[in-house]
Design a protein around this ligand. Structure first.
Ligand SMILES: Nc1ncnc2c1ncn2[C@@H]1O[C@H](COP(=O)(O)OP(=O)(O)OP(=O)(O)O)[C@@H](O)[C@H]1O
Ligand SMILES: [Mg+2]
Length: 295
């Protein structure tokens, strides 16, 4: 396999990818129509015939089988499927947390299945942002310090870091919690801080695994609106795994996994969120679900 082509960005180049001082105002078009769709924007992610097998001989689990799809820059993409269908495995293979058994994953054209272990940490830090079900904030740091952490690690100058943290916090409506510690925040606020931390480096892809899983419906909605804001305002590419049809209805496109394979795919197109939700629920029903949590 070819060696990695993930670019090693010099610091100055990295900073140029920082957010514009005046982020573009959201387009007048409907929210869901503002981001690009495949074919209109460069591909950020190419998953090619990915297979993942766990275990050996007596206890083999085929977690993923011949999974292929692409994600365009600026897409907000959902991955749904029943428990055990391979959603987290897929996300972990894309994020290099796990290795593929066969197939390839290209991020901005570079094959990440062949990145040398020594370069993996840097790849994840510079190209990916993560949001998990549990916010994973560091208890001993304030929200501001937590959000700043990836920039601090990348040695972004302090003044630049401060302004980027404030800008993201303002966009996500969490300015008032910036000086609080995680234990002083609600679960929803913690999750929005985690979302800010995931996007402050302006990563190629933001990966979210059940980000609303531990939230009540009001906070789930607020987080989804944050993801929508990131996607629309900064053209962030978001890949979100979810069980929940309501959460999936915020995306532009949903891939449904069943037994490690792509069962079908839904494109939102120009439809309003409620209509997309109804279409998602139809697929859930066809796949044998009994409600938005049944997948
Ligand atoms: N480390 C592992 N070793 C062995 N089998 C694994 C491992 N991780 C996952 N699996 C198996 O791979 C399959 C897919 O698991 P995965 O965690 O990707 O499912 P999921 O769709 O994320 O499920 P959930 O909705 O419950 O989070 C399951 O059958 C699971 O038991
Ligand atoms: Mg999972």
């Amino acid at each position: 396999m070819a060696s990695t082509q993930v670019p090693e960005k010099p610091a100055a180049q990295h900073l140029r990818r920082a957010y514009p001082k005046q982020p573009p105002a959201p387009a007048a078009a409907p929210a869901h129509a503002a981001a690009a769709y495949p074919g209109e924007a460069p591909r950020v992610l190419d998953v090619q015939h990915v297979e993942k097998v766990y275990g050996s001989r007596n206890a083999v689990t085929q977690a993923l089988a011949d999974v292929s799809f692409s994600v365009a820059e600026g897409e907000f993409m959902g991955i749904m499927g029943a428990s055990g269908s391979g959603k987290s495995t897929l996300l972990n293979c894309i994020s290099t947390i796990d290795t593929v058994t066969a197939g390839h994953v290209l991020v901005n054209g570079a094959d990440i299945t062949s990145i040398k272990p020594a370069k993996l940490t840097r790849f994840r830090r510079e190209q990916l942002g993560f949001i998990f079900q549990d916010s994973n904030l560091l208890d001993t740091l304030t929200a501001r310090e937590n959000i700043a952490l990836p920039l601090t690690i990348s040695r972004v100058p302090a003044r630049e870091t401060l302004s980027r943290v404030e800008e993201v916090a303002r966009r996500l409506g969490i300015l008032e919690v910036l000086d609080k510690y995680p234990y002083q925040m609600s679960g929803g606020q913690q999750q929005r801080v985690a979302a800010a931390r995931a996007m402050v480096t302006n990563p190629a892809i933001i990966m979210a695994d059940e980000p609303t899983g531990a939230l009540d419906s009001k906070n789930a909605r607020l987080l989804l609106e944050c993801l929508e804001t990131m996607n629309r305002t900064y053209r962030a590419t978001v890949l979100m795994v979810t069980h929940d049809a309501f959460a999936a209805s915020y995306t532009h496109r949903v891939i449904f996994l069943r037994d490690g394979r792509i069962f079908t795919e839904l494109n939102r197109g120009e439809s309003p969120r409620q209509e997309f939700f109804n279409r998602i629920m139809e697929v859930v029903a066809i796949m044998g679900g009994e409600g938005s949590d049944a997948l």
